[in-house]
Design a protein around this ligand. Sequence first.
Ligand SMILES: O=c1ccn([C@@H]2O[C@H](COP(=O)(O)OP(=O)(O)O[C@H]3O[C@H](CO)[C@H](O)[C@H](O)[C@H]3O)[C@@H](O)[C@H]2O)c(=O)[nH]1
Length: 305
Amino acid sequence: MKILVTGGAGFIGSHIVDELIKNGHEVVILDNLVTGNKNNINPKAEFVEGDITNKNLDEKIDFQDIDVVIHQAAQINVRKSVEDPIYDGDVNVLGTLNILENMRRYDVKKIIYASSGGAVYGEPEYLPVDENHPIAPLSPYGLSKYCGEEYIKLYNRLYGIEYCILRYSNVYGERQDPRGEAGVISIFIDRILNNKNPIIFGDGNQTRDFVYVKDVARANLMALDWKNEIVNIGTGKETSVNELFKIIADELNYEDKPIYDKPREGEVRRIYLDIKKAEMLGWKPEVDLKEGIKRVVNWMKQMQG
Ligand SMILES: O=c1ccn([C@@H]2O[C@H](COP(=O)(O)OP(=O)(O)O[C@H]3O[C@H](CO)[C@H](O)[C@H](O)[C@H]3O)[C@@H](O)[C@H]2O)c(=O)[nH]1
């Protein structure tokens, strides 16, 4: 199949591209390189530098040739979305709509969409959070990601474009930029390798569901066969930031303590995803947190030479 991966030079998108190419697919990458990185680009993919909000995108990309779009390009910074909700909406809502319009115009059959299991549900009413949990985002980012979902469902009703919406939990792994938007795992490892104490916001008892990026990439590959589904992609396991610190400290033989700072405002206390639906569809995470952290450590050591 010929697949367009938007954001294919980014952290998650580039792993998806690698997985697709490994499985014999032809890949076109669209990325504006704002947070994406040229070094992440698989040499076997065709690379188009451009923006999902460009109204003349069809001058750069031959949509007629594309079978499926895997849409990963986005504004992904939660705090930035609070500071500048209009920019966030431009990229995440209008950018997604622009992709859908091109798909409609040139008859592209299917879209796989990266949504956020951490941001669309808001403060969990029950745990683990399944796909039927009420939607009540606490940030413009959570809402803009959800708007993307709704436009995709609308385009399915109106024009029959097939979809699969994947709601990721906290994704970590190689190529996540520790100095970039998010990713407590790469931030802690980066700080320890540079002789700085990790900083824990609040008491460290807040919890998250950390899923390894190559497991997420594999979910995208499988989603090529899933039809009009909304699926949580996580591990179904809850890990506190304190526990996380301990696993990373053990891995790096770090004996110093973390610094405790004031809690980050507006973030959820506990969240982890119910992944029964993904499991029913045949996907499950394969790399556990310890092993995944080992891999990130090795990668970061390599990067630092
Ligand atoms: O130096 C740090 C960084 C983070 N944290 C804590 O670690 C947890 C995870 O923080 P992240 O910034 O890694 O991720 P978030 O849970 O804030 O998740 C956000 O960023 C994710 C990307 O990794 C997804 O986009 C997700 O949807 C969005 O809510 C939070 O409790 C945060 O307070 C620290 O204690 N110290």
